[in-house]
Ligand binder design. Structure first.
Ligand code: ADP
Ligand code: MG
Ligand code: ZN
Length: 613
């Protein structure tokens, strides 16, 4: 900015200099008259009568006198409006004497005229130079003051595509949908000949990190066309009132580079329902959104520009965006399942040395709910860990450690734990683990540990054999039992309870309440949903719940939740009392070695326990 200020200051200085030069020239020219020897009009009359005067030059009221005798020129003044002849005659000069001198009348020198002439020449030149400067600045893209109306869409020209579909794993359905778009971008004629209406907009929908940006880039990479990318939040940034002009500019740029892709990331930032009141900045957003719609409607059939937008909140998008001819193609990117995660893992371990013991399928199984970005992060963490441990390759233990780190938090080995606390934690975790093993619908125990990690003092990690999309009532009930196992064990063994179970209790309350109000899993309350979750834009929180039931029902819901939880707690106490022997053994083992892994746990259990009924 400083640089540019001084540049425009230079221009101002240049203009000032020119003006100053003109003024000086004018003054000097005028001063030329004044520097002559000034004489009275009466003296001049005397000189004329003597025949000394050769020539008189008159300009306005100034008179310049040339003498015959070689005397220096002199100047004088005449009365304005009167002729020199009359004036000299007043001083007694005869007509004869007057006739003997040469009289010349010249237009007076006017410095304003000069200014006019000079400025006619100079000003256009100055203006041209100034314009040239400003244009040069505009091209140096980072000039905000001039440039803020232009979109700052980044352009990646893809003659050598850097991202292809190969880099996107585990999203086969989404890729399938987009193959068609790629074909269109490559050979638009094929479609146009058949009179097909080309899709204008594709909306990628998926949780953060599921690979929306990656996929959009892959489309442009596959098709080998330019990729213009801008984020919805950038439209709403900094200068109010430029969102719409940015959109216009972005689309104009894109049209010039067609065929190409415009990628609007986080379109929900501008594409919210219009006119949905609360909070500021809506006008700006509405204008921006309207402009996007106008531009998309303005595409001709032969404008080979496809707008790809991404969002993780399709529910709040303005319905006008979804109309045919706009973002009528919707591509969902789900959280990857086990197979998808394994495929994504494979993409990201490419080029990284892996130890022989690494089982990617097992790693994929251990990170349910992870999206692509999490997996990329996981692999990176594992690599860093291996480097810190001075390994030559990444082994399974680094993967395990990284997963736990991402899911729960870093290990806190340094925390000093009193022996009593350690015993309590051991029994608490053993309680969870025994419940998980005894209840038929719980996932298998993967690991039990009393090493503190993140906020947890210890944890029992269960893993499903495969990802489940639906959860049944029996499974929820067993989850309740497992979650309450920790506290039940504390009560059985120590006859007292600690604060250590508070996150378990929160988990339990949530499950039980959802069972009753969201999933219709309570016989008493029936198969219906209580309370409407609402989209509200208010003070940054966008979820609100509206009660649509009476106080009596509210009381019944609370009773039902209570009943579920209490039943699960009694069950947990009963099971653990029956399995006291194995509970003791596992707790003791935990106190000794702190961590029990899947295989050991299974073997241990099978040796000790009476066969589960
Ligand atoms: P989004 O835009 O959906 O939030 P991104 O496309 O930015 O997610 O993904 C972030 C990173 O996660 C990508 O750069 C990529 O490394 C990784 N990633 C996400 N999904 C996948 C996938 N399906 N296959 C491979 N890598 C993925
Ligand atoms: Mg993204
Ligand atoms: Zn617990």
């Amino acid at each position: 900015m400083i640089n540019k200020l001084s540049r425009s200051r230079k221009i101002v200085l240049a203009i000032l200099a020119v003006v100053a030069v003109i003024a000086i020239v004018a003054l000097v020219a005028q001063g030329g008259v004044n520097r002559l020897n000034a004489i009275q009009l009466s003296d001049l009359a005397q000189f004329v009568r003597n025949g000394d005067v050769d020539k008189i030059t008159i300009s306005d009221d100034d008179i310049i006198i040339k003498f015959k005798s070689g005397r220096a020129d002199a100047s004088s003044k005449k009365e304005l409006g009167a002729t020199i002849g009359n004036q000299l005659r007043d001083f007694g000069v005869t007509a004869d004497e007057l006739a003997r001198i040469k009289i010349e009348v010249v237009t007076p020198f006017d410095w304003r005229d000069l200014m006019m002439t000079v400025s006619l020449l100079v000003v256009p030149i100055v203006v041209i130079i100034a314009l040239w400067y400003f244009l040069r600045q505009t091209q140096g893209a980072n000039n905000q003051a001039i440039n803020f109306g232009r979109s700052r869409a980044r352009m990646f020209i893809g003659d050598r595509p850097s991202v292809t579909f190969q880099d996107v794993a585990g999203a086969d359905e989404a890729k399938q949908e987009l193959v068609e778009i790629v074909e269109f971008l490559k050979e638009p004629e094929k479609f146009i000949q058949l009179g097909a209406r080309i899709p204008k907009g594709v909306l990628l929908i998926g949780s953060p990190g599921t690979g929306k940006t990656l996929l959009a880039k892959a489309v442009s990479g596959e098709a080998g066309v330019p990729f213009f990318s801008i984020s919805g939040s950038e439209f709403v940034e900094m200068f109010v009132g430029v969102g719409a002009s940015r959109v216009r500019d972005l689309f104009e740029q894109a049209r010039r580079h067609s065929p190409c892709i415009i990628f609007v990331d986080e379109i929900d930032a501008v594409g919210r329902h219009r006119g949905s009141g609360l909070g500021g900045g809506h006008d700006e957003r509405e204008q921006t959104l309207n402009q996007i719609l106008v531009e998309m409607d303005g595409f001709d059939t032969d404008t080979n520009v496809i707008v790809v937008a991404a969002t993780n909140r399709p529910d709040i998008l303005d319905p006008a965006l979804m109309r045919p001819g706009r973002f009528d193609r919707r591509v969902m990117l789900d959280r990857p399942d086990v197979k998808g995660r394994a495929a994504i893992l494979k993409v990201h371990v490419r080029g990284k040395p892996l130890a022989a013991d690494v089982d990617l399928a097992k790693v994929a199984r251990s990170c349910p709910g992870f999206v692509g970005a999490d997996i990329e992060n996981l692999v990176n963490e594992a690599a860093i860990l291996a480097a810190r441990r001075n390994r030559k390759s990444i082994s399974m233990s680094e993967f395990d450690e990284s997963i736990e780190r991402v899911m729960i938090g870093p290990e806190r080995k340094s925390r000093i734990i009193s022996p009593r606390e350690k015993t309590i934690t051991a029994y608490h975790e053993a309680g969870h683990a025994v419940m998980a093993r005894m209840l038929p619908n719980c996932d298998p125990v993967h690991k039990v540990t009393i090493i503190p990690r993140g906020p947890a003092g210890g944890y029992t990690w269960t893993l499903p054999d495969e990802d489940a999309h639906y959860v049944n009532r029996a499974k929820f009930l067993d989850e309740l039992g497992k979650a309450l196992g920790g506290r039940a064990a504390e009560e059985i063994i120590f006859g007292d309870i600690t604060t250590g179970a508070s996150s378990d209790l929160q988990h339990v309350t949530e499950i039980a309440r959802d069972m009753v109000t969201r999933y219709g899993m309570s016989e008493l309350m029936g198969p219906m949903i209580y309370g409407q979750k609402h989209e509200m834009v208010f003070l940054g929180r966008d979820l609100g719940e509206q009660r649509d039931y009476s106080d009596t029902i509210a009381l019944e819901i609370d009773r039902e939740v209570q009943r579920l939880v209490n039943a699960a707690y009694s069950q947990a106490k009963q099971v653990l009392t029956e399995q006291r022997a194995v509970l003791d053994k596992i707790a003791q083992r935990l106190i000794d070695v702190e961590t029990i892994e899947e295989e050991e746990f299974k073997a241990f259990f099978d040796r000790t326990v009476r066969a589960p009924t």
